[in-house]
Structures are given as structure tokens and as C-alpha cells.
Design a binder for this molecule. Structure first.
Ligand code: C6P
Length: 408
């Protein structure tokens, strides 16, 4: 059922040579590669159905609208939303999170209200809240992580007060790899009447995510990290919350009626989709979901646990190498960031690139995580459905070579 060699055949880019070597693509947390099914779905849209949506009565416009709305239904099913209208198409996770902050956040938060985040947030789930807090006088509070890179939630209740209005946390950290206990956190947050926002950029592509089971109010993710095209992302929001939220962007398609001095809003989700949407992106994302659903998200997760476990074991024997985050593959996603004594992450990444191995180096848009750990940067390998144990072996060989070159 889950045949990695067969899966690899579906990804044309994996046939590329990089610096004379077979490509070993281990930068999946930044963006995933795309299978033929997705590339062809996008091409088919432009070759056969291209038209604007919700605007025309002509055949192509109706076809495009149908494809766009079918994509919404497929996304809703994939994350088990109750209604397709709870799915808002945006550009990416960053835009989804900004939508929450500047619509719901700005409308509801007042001076002295508290926003609870974690210390391991991606900048996309930190900087917008910082800006809002400054604008309305709200207070940011942070759940810390322990020496294993796990959130310290045993005393979570004590972090809540009757001023806690929002809890916004990452589901799977893109630098520590940690999987956070969203369900438990949601339960506690709801007890004090706070809404829960989940940054699911690194979870929806890699594991079964069920918004009803998590109980969260909002959830954000990006299509490009889950085999889909760039420029399409999703904000899930509970219908009753979306209904009462003011628009984020305004203009065409999001209105019901407009006079010269005023306007009223279209129904959810269109109220939040101003202007011409990325229809081809939604169609590509739908094809990506079809591909993942066919593999089965539990199989995707199991494959990544096996690879992560194997990689953690192999990396742990390299002297001077320190992995960030939990050392148990069950507790983390397929993201392994590390430091190697005596080497700079950028130098490591460029030696690895010479071997055809793509990894990311830097702070991975989590500067506070790196500050907290007292390191300027790290190197990160991140896995997906087409990666193999042989590729992990190549990574380890490449690191040993880099170490010889960089530390002599
Ligand atoms: N992380 C990485 O290499 P966008 O760029 O909007 O699609 O996703 C933003 C984002 C939000 N939350 C988390 C947890 C993320 O990992 C990301 C994207 C990439 O780790 C690019 S910085």
C-alpha cells in the first residue's frame, strides 16, 4: 500500500541531478515537492477550464466555480470540518494567521487582555500577535518549553486568567519537531472562555488532523507543504465565529451590496475571500489531498516515524552533533534540526548541497527558539512521503564529510 519506490516515480523532480548527484530532498518543512497528479491538475485547469469564479454565467466560469467549490469540500472532509463554508482559501498559513489576528483579534481584544502563545512559535504566529498587542494594549504571555523541547503544560492552568482571550499555538514545531497536546490545551482554554488558534502548517501535511476532535476554533495550514501548489493555504474557522467576524481584506466578491458610502458583506466564507482567488491553486491542493488520502494519513505518519527514528539513531552517534527537541520519534514530526560542534549551519548546508542533499540552515523563522537555546542557527533535515532510509544514510555520510572538511 505504502510503496516508497512507487511514490518516488510520481515526483518528476526526484530524477534531477544536483551537483552531479541524485537529489536528496530533505527540506520538506520549507516546501514539499509536487507529484504529477498535482502538476497535471493545475495544467488541466489552465488548459481546459480557466475562467474567473462566482462571476460569470458562461460555461467556463461555471466549471471553474464548481472546481473551486469542490476543492473546498475536499479540504473540509480532509480535516473533518463540519461545513465546507468553514474553509477559507488564503495564500498560506501566514495569511491565515494574520486574518485571525486582524479580524477576530482586533475586534475582540482590549487593553489588558491576554494572548497566550508558546515559546516555540514560528514568526507567523508570533509577530502578528506582537503587532496587535502593541496596537490594542494587550499582553503577550508564553508557555515555555523544557530541556527536551516539550511544552511545560503541567501548570498550564496557572497561566490562564479571566483576561486570557486567545491561546494560539503551533501543532508541530518546525524547528524542535515537538508535537504539542492541542486537545488538552483546547479543553483548558475553553474552560476560561478563550478561543484556540492552531498553527497546523507542519501537522496537516504529515498526520491525520481532525478539527472536531482537536476542538480548536481556528486552524491554519499551507498547501505548498502538503504536495500542493504555492500560493494556496487554508484557514479553518468555526462557522459561528466566522459569521460575526469583520472582513480582513475588502473589495470584490466579498460584498453583498455596495452604495457609494457603505457596503454589506457576503456570507461566510466569501466574506473573507476578497478579489480573484487562486483557483488553480485550490484545484492543485484538491489533487494533493486526493493523493495523500489515497496513501492514508496514518501510513504517512508511520512512514515518517520510521524514518525519523532511524535518522535520530544514526545522527546520535556523530560526535558533537546535538539534535534540537525530543529524542523520541513518536513525540515529534519528521523534522530534525541539529547543531554540529565546530561547524556553522550554513557551511554544513553548502557542503551537503555539493553532495546533492537539500537541507535548510538558519533560524527557520523561529529566532526566539534559537535565542532560548543560545544558538544562532541550526541545520534542519525534514522528511516526507518520498524519502528513504538510504537518503538518511547519505545525509549522515554527507555530515561526516562536512565535519572532516570544516573542522580540520
Ligand atoms: N515554515 C520552514 O522552513 P507559510 O510560509 O505561510 O506557508 O508558512 C508559515 C509557517 C507557519 N508555521 C509554521 C510552523 C511553519 O513551519 C511555517 C513555514 C517554513 O520551516 C518556512 S519559514
Amino acid at each position: 500500500m505504502f510503496d516508497v519506490n512507487k511514490i518516488r516515480e510520481d515526483f518528476p523532480i526526484l530524477k534531477r541531478k544536483i551537483n552531479g548527484h541524485d537529489l536528496v530532498y530533505l527540506d520538506n518543512a520549507a516546501t514539499s515537492q509536487k507529484p504529477k497528479a498535482v502538476i497535471e491538475a493545475v495544467a488541466d485547469f489552465y488548459e481546459n477550464h480557466n475562467a474567473n469564479v462566482h462571476r460569470g454565467v458562461h460555461t467556463l466560469s461555471e466549471e471553474a466555480t464548481q472546481m473551486y467549490e469542490e476543492a473546498r469540500v475536499r479540504v473540509a472532509k480532509f480535516i473533518n470540518a463540519r461545513l465546507p463554508s468553514e474553509i477559507i482559501f488564503v495564500r498560506n498559513s501566514t495569511e491565515a494567521l494574520n486574518l485571525i489576528v486582524w479580524s477576530r483579534g482586533k475586534a475582540h481584544l482590549k487593553k489588558g487582555d491576554e494572548i497566550l502563545l508558546s515559546e516555540m512559535e514560528h514568526h507567523s504566529n508570533l509577530v502578528p500577535w506582537q503587532l496587535l498587542a502593541k496596537e490594542v494594549g494587550a499582553v503577550l504571555k508564553f508557555i515555555s518549553f523544557d530541556e527536551n523541547g516539550e511544552l511545560e503544560i503541567s501548570n498550564l492552568k496557572s497561566q490562564f486568567s479571566n483576561r486570557t482571550k486567545v491561546v494560539s499555538v503551533v501543532h508541530v514545531s518546525n524547528s524542535l519537531g515537538t508535537i504539542n497536546p492541542i486537545k488538552e490545551m483546547t479543553k483548558l482554554a475553553h474552560e476560561v472562555g478563550a478561543i484556540v488558534v492552531v498553527d497546523a502548517a507542519q501537522s496537516v501535511p504529515h498526520m491525520k488532523v481532525d478539527v472536531q476532535s482537536l476542538g480548536c476554533d481556528f486552524l491554519a495550514f499551507s498547501g505548498h507543504k502538503m504536495l500542493g501548489p504555492m500560493g494556496i493555504g487554508v484557514l479553518y474557522g468555526r462557522q459561528e465565529l466566522l459569521e460575526v467576524m469583520p472582513p480582513f481584506l475588502s473589495g470584490g466578491d466579498m460584498i453583498r451590496s455596495v452604495t457609494i458610502n457603505d457596503a454589506t458583506w457576503n456570507e461566510v466564507p466569501y466574506k473573507f475571500e476578497a478579489g480573484t482567488p487562486n483557483v488553480a491553486g485550490a484545484v492543485g491542493l484538491s489533487a494533493a489531498i486526493g493523493y495523500l488520502a489515497n496513501l492514508g494519513m496514518d501510513n504517512v505518519r508511520q512512514h515518517e516515524i520510521k524514518l525519523t527514528d532511524y535518522a535520530l539513531k544514526k545522527l546520535s552517534v556523530i560526535p558533537g552533533l546535538k539534535v534540537l527537541g525530543p529524542l523520541d520519534a513518536q513525540k515529534r514530526g519528521g523534522v530534525i534540526a541539529f547543531t554540529l560542534k565546530g561547524t556553522h549551519p550554513h557551511d554544513l548546508a553548502s557542503v551537503l548541497d555539493g553532495e546533492g542533499i537539500a537541507v535548510r540552515s538558519g533560524h527557520h523563522c523561529t529566532m526566539p527558539v534559537h535565542l532560548r537555546l543560545g544558538i544562532p542557527a541550526s541545520t534542519r533535515a525534514s522528511f516526507y512521503i518520498y524519502n528513504t532510509k538510504e537518503e538518511v544514510d547519505k545525509l549522515v555520510d554527507g555530515l561526516e564529510k562536512a565535519k572532516r572538511l570544516l573542522t580540520k
